[in-house]
Design a protein around this ligand. Structure first.
Ligand code: ZN
Length: 109
């Protein structure tokens, strides 16, 4: 099964099978101290620079730029898991639950 992944509108959306599924301006909770010095970084996404499928669990992994709303740090986020493909359908992760970019990046190799 082919999953069509791309970014749309200059990185404002991640499109899965021609449906806009994940947009910027959500606030994602990232693992402590991976993004900035905050105990629990709350990062508002500003744009997606890329999206890909990874691993046997078919995580949908995005590269993005975001800003911590607590301390103002602005940086790139590599390999943010935004959802996964289950039986050909996209299941979005909740931004409020802590994602772990580094763990996801390693497990897919
Ligand atoms: Zn911060």
């Amino acid at each position: 099964m082919t999953i069509a992944l791309r970014t749309l509108d200059d990185g404002a959306w991640i499109s899965v099978n021609d449906s806009r599924e994940v947009g910027v301006s959500d606030i994602w909770t990232l693992p402590a101290r991976e993004f900035c010095g905050c105990e629990t970084p709350h990062v508002m996404l500003e744009g997606f620079s890329g999206v890909d499928l990874r691993g046997v669990d078919t995580h949908v992994i995005a590269d993005a730029v975001g800003m911590c709303i607590d301390c103002g740090t602005r940086d790139g986020i590599e390999s943010l898991p935004v959802g996964r493909i289950v039986e050909g359908e996209f299941k979005r992760y909740e931004p409020e639950s802590v994602q772990s970019p580094s763990v996801a990046a390693v497990s897919g190799r």
